[in-house]
Write a protein of this length. Structure first.
Ligand code: ADP
Ligand code: ZN
Length: 218
C-alpha cells in the first residue's frame, strides 16, 4: 500500500511515518531525510541542494523526483511505502501518479495531518533531531532520557539549521502556497482522510491505521 502523509512542517509526519510504516510492513521514505543524507555525504547532489534546505526553500521538482524515484525503485518499496514530505507540489503529485501507474500501482491513501499554526511554531522551535536514526525530540514536550543524546541509538542530537525562526516562516509559507493545493488534488481523487495531529502520538497513529485499513478493504 502506498500512503502519503500530507501536512505542514512540525505536524509530526516524521514520527508517524515510522510508526505507520512498521505497522504496514513497508519502508518510510522521507525526501527531507534523503536530501540531508546527501548533504552529510558531501555528494555533488548534496552540495547543490544544501542552500535550499538550510533556507527552508523547496528543492526543484526535477531534483526531488529523481531522488524519490531512485528510492522507490529499491526492492523494499515494491509493494508500498509511507511517503513523508513528498509530494509537496502539484507537479510532484502528477509525476508520482505517472510513476506508480507505470508499475500498475496507485496512491492508496493520503493522510492530511492537521495541526493549528501556533502549535506548529511551538513544536518546531524547540526541536532536536538525531542525525543517525532521525528520531526527533523536543526541549519541553519530548526530552530524551539523557540530555542531548538519542534514546534509540545513542548519537548526539542536533538542531536543524532550518528550524531557525526565519526558515520556519519560509517553510510554513511554502506549505500554504505550494503544498496545500494537494488537499484538493487528492480530495478530488477520493483518497483523502483528515487526521487530527494535535493529539497524543499514539492516538494519531491509531487514527491513521484506521484510515489505511478502510483503504485496504475498498
Ligand atoms: P519539514 O517537513 O519539517 O519542513 P523535511 O525534512 O520534510 O522538513 O524537509 C526538509 C527540506 O528538504 C525542505 O525544507 C526542502 O528544502 C527539502 N525537501 C524535502 N522534501 C521536498 C520535496 N518534496 N520537494 C522539495 N523540497 C523538498
Ligand atoms: Zn538516533
Amino acid at each position: 500500500m502506498f500512503v502519503i502523509l500530507l501536512g505542514p512542517p512540525g505536524a509530526g509526519k516524521g514520527t508517524q511515518a515510522k510508526l505507520l510504516a512498521e505497522h504496514l510492513g513497508v519502508p518510510a521514505i522521507s525526501t527531507g531525510n534523503l536530501f540531508r543524507q546527501e548533504v552529510a555525504s558531501g555528494s555533488e547532489l548534496g552540495r547543490r541542494v544544501r542552500s535550499y534546505i538550510d533556507a527552508g526553500q523547496l528543492v526543484s521538482d526535477e531534483t526531488t523526483l529523481s531522488i524519490l524515484s531512485d528510492r522507490l525503485s529499491k526492492s523494499d518499496a515494491a509493494d508500498g511505502a509511507v511517503l513523508d514530505g513528498f509530494p509537496r507540489t502539484v507537479g510532484q503529485a502528477t509525476a508520482l501518479d505517472r510513476l506508480l501507474a507505470a508499475r500498475s500501482r496507485r496512491v492508496d491513501r493520503v493522510l492530511d495531518v492537521a495541526v493549528p499554526e501556533n502549535v506548529l511554531l511551538e513544536r518546531l522551535t524547540g526541536r532536536w533531531t538525531c542525525p543517525s536514526c532521525h528520531a526527533s525530540y523536543h526541549e519541553i514536550n519530548a526530552t530524551p532520557r539523557r540530555p542531548g543524546i538519542c534514546d534509540r541509538c545513542g548519537s548526539g542530537l542536533v538542531q536543524r539549521v532550518d528550524d531557525r525562526a526565519e526558515a520556519i516562516q519560509i517553510r510554513l509559507r511554502n506549505y500554504r502556497e505550494r503544498t496545500r493545493p494537494l488537499v484538493d488534488y487528492y480530495g478530488q481523487a477520493g483518497v483523502l482522510t483528515e487526521i487530527d495531529g494535535d493529539l497524543d502520538p499514539k492516538t494519531v497513529t491509531r487514527a491513521m491505521l484506521k484510515a489505511t485499513d478502510s483503504a485496504a478493504t475498498v
